[in-house]
Design a protein. Sequence first.
Length: 247
Amino acid sequence: MYIHLLQLGRISYVEGLAVQERVIEARKQNLIGDTLLLLEHPPVLTLGRNSHRENVLATDELLASRNVELHEINRGGDVTYHGPGQLVGYPIVDLRGDWPGKKGPHLGPVDFMRMLEEVIIRVCYDFGIPAQRIAGRTGVWTIASGNVQEKKIAALGIHVSQGVTSHGFALNVTTDLRDFDLIVPCGITDRTVTSLELEAQPTDDPVRQPTMQNAINSVARNFGRIFERQMVACDSVEELLASSVKL
């Protein structure tokens, strides 16, 4: 059993959505196997189905002056930010597949989200960062210590159509966290955000340094472990869509 892995680099949000839609349609037609897209976006704000416009603190003029796009999309959740240094993952998988923990004809969306969170928690541990879930607050958080509150290191939100998932997670790796001042991240006012770069302890081990490529490698490895599939790399969208192999 396999999951296609496709690294797209830094592409615009519109281009990312277009790629995602092509892969989703191919997956719905069972032309390709389950797929994980990994990428970065230029600065962009996205408003989920449950978003509140007042959680965008910046004016339209300020967003335009900083070349920050704004898109309303069909994932769950409130407003979030994507930008350079943030690893975005779009898992496009059929929940009716043979997934670990599946209790009925399909893996439940909430169970899928918990598995995604577990992937990111393990990624954080790869960089020496203790991480956790918080009941009632989707995402992955650091663990409070002393007078330091937990901080959000990854945001998650998905959409499911005909049993196939889209959207996914955004992990702050070397993100400029000042850009989160443009919004109330996910509508949460009493906690702040952080990144692998800020939380990781200094190390001479090149594999444990919080770089984007190391984060990509860790996500791919832990995604395969949690979902119990082998990750198979593809070089391009065209190669993926031309394969028409049901793995």
